[in-house]
Design a protein around this ligand. Structure first.
Ligand code: PHE
Length: 440
């Protein structure tokens, strides 16, 4: 069977960006930045994305294109031994992330409904908090929406690489950008917004700590979809002529920009309405409705916002499912439909305890964490960094000649490629290992 291919270079960039930009940038970034003191976190997050993040994204894309295989197969083809385990961990992480991602994706669908109903159009922090908490702790409704979200993702993935993923990204990601700009204009002109803006933009380096670095790194890898074979898989669908350096620069720039815009959209409003910036996972869901309540045509904006958030989440969840499906297809030689269906079903089941742990099962904890938080911790703070270290070592030490040939095209090795080797060989392993050790 011939391997799928992207229809165009733009399609590839948009799909990779679609994978990167999602709930991580718009839901996670604002509340993690807020709980970590704002400005300094933003700066460190940027730095990580533009250095280690870039080196690793390029590494992943080059690996995938060189091998023309999915996450596990790529390691097997290029080196063998125990290395395929790294790809396997990536597939596992995708699976785990997808299960709680789909739960939050379901929230966005529910909030489209709530926007239509108009019940969330108030600036009363208490009411909005109660609505959000009432919803996520409900034993049944969030599961329904989780199933719906997983179903939508499934439909796109069955549609195949070009038709499904590419088309979705091409039209709706630009729309998301435009809408965010409109919302930022409204949020920044609210009385009291300046305090939030300063909080977000002024670095306070006394807030820098080990746990902040871990959070920044975890979020950087999470939001760039790194360390789990996604960019390997997407890279394997790219033709040999495409320039991977500029492609990955685009993906990173757009993702970082979206995080920045999400911060501008949410944090000034948090201060303007007197919400608690460390409200956690509910921050975007609680704050944005208060902004809509202050807008002419607020209901329309609310519907649009949660719809586009859903689309952003879908283009990411599609990449999560695609990696697992691609692995199952290549390893077990089953058809795309059967693979996608089976994986989706398992993800749905795993999402159930994740969702219930926010409500009726909240008393069941492991290491003091509910199942939802445990999945998040295990993936973004533990397995993804571990995957990253191994990936960096693999790229920098084990298969560097392959990477160099894949990326340099000409006879001379450009300076950026030498810098990238340095990052993969020394900086990334030292940094990530240091932080991991600190964390444990
Ligand atoms: N990067 C996506 C987001 O920020 C989530 C994601 C993580 C997708 C890891 C794929 C892999 O929402």
């Amino acid at each position: 069977m011939a391997r799928s291919q992207w229809g165009s270079r733009l399609g590839f960039i948009l799909a990779a960006t679609g994978s990167a930009i999602g709930l991580g940038a718009i839901w996670k970034f604002p509340y993690v930045a807020a709980t970590n003191g704002g400005g300094a976190f933003l700066l460190i997050y940027f730095l990580i994305c533009l250095t280690v993040g870039l080196a690793l994204m390029l590494g992943e894309m080059a690996l995938g294109r060189a091998a023309g295989n999915s996450a596990v197969g790529t390691f097997r083809d290029l080196r063998g031994g125990r290395w395929p385990l790294v790809g396997f961990v990536g597939v596992l992480v995708c699976f785990l992330v997808y299960s709680f991602y789909s739960v939050v994706g379901g929230w966005t669908i529910a909030y489209i409904g709530k926007s239509f109903g108009g019940e969330i159009l108030t600036s009363d922090a208490k009411v909005l908090g109660d609505i959000f908490n009432g919803f996520i702790t409900d034993p049944a409704l969030p599961l329904l929406y989780h199933g719906l979200f997983a179903g939508l993702t499934l439909a796109v993935v069955i549609g195949g690489v070009q038709k499904g993923i590419e088309n979705l990204s091409k039209f709706l990601m630009p729309a998301l950008f435009v809408l965010m700009l409109v919302l930022i204009a409204r949020a920044l002109t609210l009385p009291g917004a300046m305090e939030g803006l300063l909080y977000f933009l002024t670095p306070d380096f006394s807030k820098v700590s080990g746990s902040m670095l871990v959070d920044a790194m975890g979020l950087a890898f999470f939001s760039l979809s790194l360390g789990m074979g996604i960019m390997i898989t997407y890279g394997s669908y790219v033709d040999k002529e495409a320039n991977l350096l500029s492609s990955s620069l685009w993906v990173i720039a757009l993702t970082v920009l979206t995080c920045f815009l999400a911060g501008l959209m949410v944090l000034p409003a948090v201060f303007a309405f007197g919400f608690d910036p460390s409200a956690g996972p509910g921050l975007t869901f609680i704050t944005m409705p208060a902004v809509f309540a202050q807008m002419v045509g607020g209901q329309l904006f609310a519907v649009l916002f949660f719809f586009l958030l859903l689309v952003a989440a879908l283009t990411s969840s599609v990449s999560l499912l695609e990696v697992v499906v691609s692995f199952v297809i290549d390893e077990f030689k089953v058809g795309r439909k059967a693979a996608a269906l089976g994986v989706s079903l398992l993800v749905f089941l795993l999402g159930i305890p994740a969702s219930l742990s926010l409500g009726i099962w909240s008393e069941y904890t492991v290491f003091g964490l509910g199942f939802f938080d445990l999945l998040d911790f295990l993936t973004s703070k533990l397995l993804m960094p571990v995957g990253e270290v191994l990936l960096a070592i693999f790229v920098g030490w084990k298969v560097w000649p392959v990477i160099e040939a894949e990326l340099s095209a000409g006879a001379r090795v450009p300076a950026w490629l030498r810098a990238m080797r340095g990052f993969c060989r020394y900086v990334a392993p030292a940094l990530i290992a240091g932080i991991l050790v600190h964390n444990l």
